[in-house]
Design a protein around this ligand. Structure first.
Ligand code: UDX
Length: 468
C-alpha cells in the first residue's frame, strides 16, 4: 500500500470495494458513502450492475473512485424473469458472487474491505472466504431494523439475540407488505428476502447505518433500540450520506447525487423554483420504486388542483397515464409536473415549504437535512415506520391519514387539510422549528469531527491503525 498526496494530506491509499444493490434508494447512500471515503484518501471501486456501471462511467468522474460491473440486472426487460423473485435472486447470486470474487482476487491493488448492502444475502460469504474485512451497510433506520428483527427470528427460526433485553416496541405501527403471491404464510418472498439482512448483520465486522447518533438517540424508543443494537452488533452511524456541498462541506464534484437511474428532466424545474417565494411551493415525490394507483393520483391531483398552492410534482413515466387528462393544462400557472428531478437540489431550494413524501429512508433523511417539513403519505414497509417517527417522535412532519380499506388511498380533502396545516397552521410552525433543530444536528454529525465523520475515521483506522 503506497502513500499519496490527496487534498493536501498524505494518506495511505487503501482499496475498499463497495457492493451496491440495484435500486436508486440503495445506490444513492452507498455512492455518497464512497465519495466520503474517497475524500479521506481511500481508493474505492463501486461494484454494481452492467447498466449502472456503464452509465456511472459515462457521467461521473472521481479520481479515487472507479466503477465495475459485476452482474447484469438479472431481470428480463424490467420484469423478474423465469422463476419469479427466487429465480431472479439465484441469477443475481450466481453471476454476482463469481464475478466479484474474481475481481477482488485479481485486482493489482489489494482489497482491504468489502462494504456491501446488507440486502445482498451472499455478500458476507465473499468477504469471509477471501479473508478480508466485511461491513454490512443498512440503508434504513435503526427503528426499522428493530421492527424487522423479531420477524426475522420467527421466519428464520433463530433464537433471538439478547431477546430478554430487547426493547419492547409496542407502539410502532404494523407494516403493510407488498402484494406478492406467497406460499410461506403471512410473509411474502420479498419480506423474507428483506429479513435475511440480519444474517449479514451477524457476520459483519461492522454494521453501518445511514443515520446519525443524535437522531437515533432521542429519548424514548429509538434510544433503547439503538443501545440494544450496539450491544449485539458493531453498529456505527455514518450518515446522513448526502452530497456534502449542500451541507457546507464541498468535496470533489460533490454538488449532487450525480447518478440517476431515471432520466432526469429537471433543467426547467430549478429555474421555475427560482421565480417562487420562500416556502411557497409544495414538492411531491414518492421515490423511485412506488407506483401509485390511479385512485391515489386522482386524489392528489384534486387536492393540488383545488388549492391555490404552488406545487412541483414528480410523476414517474409509468404513472403519467394515470394523471387526469386536463391536469397539466388546468394547473399550468401554479404547478409543474416532471418525470424526475434532482431531489436534493429541489429540497435545498428556498422556495420549498413542504414535502409530500412516501417517506423512503433517503427522502426522510434528505428532508431532515434540508429542514423541509414533511407531509407523510407512507405506502409500504419501512415508510410506515419512518412516517411514524417523523410525526410522533421527532415532531417534524404530519401524517395524512389513509382510508382503512385494502387500497389505503388518502382522500383529497385530507391531503388538502394537511398541506394547509403544514404551511399555515400552528402545528406547521412547531414542525418548522423542530426540523430546523434536527437539520443543525444532521450538519454537525457529518461535519469534520462530528459523530458520523468520526465513525468513518474510526472505521478506516480500524482497517489500518496507522491511518490517523
Ligand atoms: C427504497 C425505500 O423506500 C427506502 O426506505 C430504502 O432505504 C431504499 O429503497 P425509494 O422508495 O426509492 O427507496 O425511496 P427513497 O429512500 O426516498 O430514495 C429515493 C431516492 O431517489 C432519494 O435519494 C431521492 O433524492 C431520489 N430522487 C427521488 C430523486 O433524485 N429524484 C426524484 O425525482 C425522486
Amino acid at each position: 500500500i503506497g502513500t499519496r498526496m490527496y487534498q493536501g494530506r498524505v494518506e495511505k491509499s487503501h482499496h475498499i470495494v463497495v457492493l451496491a444493490d440495484q435500486g436508486q434508494g440503495h445506490i444513492n447512500p452507498m455512492l455518497q458513502f464512497s465519495k466520503r471515503l474517497a475524500s479521506k484518501g481511500i481508493k474505492i471501486t463501486v461494484a454494481t450492475t452492467l447498466s449502472n456501471a456503464k452509465s456511472m462511467k459515462a457521467t461521473l468522474s472521481y479520481s479515487m473512485i472507479t466503477f465495475e460491473s459485476i452482474y447484469d440486472d438479472c431481470s428480463q426487460g424490467g420484469v423478474l424473469g423465469p422463476g419469479g423473485f427466487k429465480g431472479f435472486l439465484d441469477r443475481f447470486q450466481a453471476s454476482g458472487s463469481t464475478n466479484l470474487t474474481r475481481f477482488i482476487l485479481d485486482h493489482e491493488h489489494p482489497v482491504k474491505c468489502l462494504v456491501y448492502d446488507a440486502n445482498i444475502p451472499w455478500a458476507s460469504k465473499i468477504s469471509t472466504q477471501l479473508g478480508i474485512a466485511g461491513a454490512a451497510f443498512f440503508t434504513q433506520s435503526c427503528a426499522t431494523a428493530a421492527t424487522y428483527y423479531p420477524m426475522y427470528c420467527e421466519v428464520y427460526e433463530k433464537t433471538p439475540l439478547s431477546m430478554l433485553s430487547f426493547p419492547v416496541v409496542t407502539r410502532l405501527p404494523k407494516l403493510r407488505f407488498p402484494d406478492l403471491p406467497s406460499r410461506t404464510g403471512r410473509y411474502p418472498p420479498i419480506i423474507i428476502h428483506i429479513l435475511g439482512q440480519f444474517d449479514n448483520f451477524g457476520k459483519a465486522d461492522w454494521v453501518l447505518f445511514n443515520s446519525f447518533d443524535k437522531l437515533e438517540e432521542e429519548v424514548g424508543t429509538p434510544y433503547l433500540i439503538f443501545q440494544w443494537m450496539k450491544k449485539v452488533w458493531n453498529v456505527v452511524t455514518i450518515g446522513p450520506t448526502l452530497p456534502s456541498f449542500y451541507l457546507d462541506k464541498r468535496v470533489e464534484n460533490d454538488n449532487e447525487y450525480g447518478f440517476n437511474i431515471h432520466k432526469p428532466n429537471y433543467s426547467n424545474c430549478m429555474e421555475w423554483l427560482d421565480s417562487k417565494k420562500t416556502g411557497s411551493v409544495v414538492y411531491v415525490s414518492f421515490g423511485s420504486a412506488a407506483n401509485l394507483c390511479a385512485e391515489q393520483i386522482t386524489e392528489l391531483a384534486d387536492a393540488l388542483r383545488q388549492s391555490n398552492i404552488m406545487f412541483l410534482w414528480v410523476v414517474k413515466p409509468d404513472e403519467q397515464s394515470k394523471l387526469p387528462s386536463d391536469f397539466s393544462k388546468e394547473t399550468s400557472g401554479k404547478g409543474l409536473v416532471v418525470t424526475w428531478c434532482s431531489q436534493i437540489e429541489v429540497l435545498a431550494h428556498h422556495a420549498i415549504g413542504c414535502f409530500i413524501s412516501h417517506c423512503g429512508w433517503n427522502s426522510t433523511l434528505e428532508a431532515i437535512s434540508f429542514g423541509v417539513p414533511i407531509l407523510a403519505m407512507p405506502q409500504i414497509l419501512d415508510q410506515i415506520i419512518n412516517a411514524h417517527f417523523l410525526e410522533k417522535v421527532w415532531s417534524v412532519g404530519l401524517i395524512a391519514k389513509a382510508n382503512e380499506d385494502e387500497k389505503g388511498v388518502t382522500a383529497s380533502e385530507e391531503i388538502y387539510r394537511c398541506i394547509r396545516e403544514v404551511l399555515e397552521g400552528e402545528r406547521g410552525e412547531e414542525i418548522r422549528k423542530n426540523i430546523t433543530s434536527l437539520k443543525e444536528l444532521a450538519k454537525e454529525a457529518i461535519d469534520t469531527s462530528g459523530s458520523s465523520d468520526k465513525h468513518i475515521d474510526d472505521f478506516i483506522s480500524q482497517l489500518d491503525p496507522a491511518y490517523l
